[in-house]
Design a protein around this ligand. Sequence first.
Ligand code: 3PG
Length: 208
Amino acid sequence: MSKQLKTISEIGLVPLIVLEDAACAKPLGEALAAGGIPVAEVTFRTDACLDIIRAMKEIPNLIVGAGTVHTAEQAAAAVHAGATYIVTPAYNPGVIEWCLAHDIDVIPGTVTPGEIEGAYAYGIRLCKFFPAAAYGGTMTLKALAGPFADVRFLPTGGVSLENMIDYLALPNVAAIGGSFMTPEKLVAAQDWAGITDTCRTIVEKMRS
Ligand code: 3PG
């Protein structure tokens, strides 16, 4: 695992960014960092995503990645804008191969043993597990630990304040991700202090 992916595992939390307005990127990124979560996965779900990556890159010590990446072209654009790692929602050999060829960290979406095996064959040992809750959540992750003893996961999709500890308690969970660290209501209200408070609560819960 690369140094950057190790750092993300140490932080243990990966907030999902879905923003329409790039002007909000800087205050949102600063709010995450102030709350103790210096990571952002900026998703290709809005047209503003490349501007958001560029704006967040200005924030010192914030690790900025791109998520919901479906194509190698999107991965290239994200990296050109400043993203230092790529996350895919599903198992996507084209994006994996582009990232490996360009020496960019990639966390591929996987959910079945077959997909994990596919990622394994590329030498990948950190996979996204999405949609976690719908695919058996912690029960499935426990079952995967036997045959995939050296693979660690980033579960997302249904991870929440209520169940986060159950996921983090598993040895094969490197970090958890999701939108619960950037609640839509707070983002829409541009309540950056509220985002920082939310992050602090999550970090305290993780450490407790
Ligand atoms: C993802 O892309 O990781 C998921 O959409 C996150 O799902 P969540 O909104 O349930 O956290």
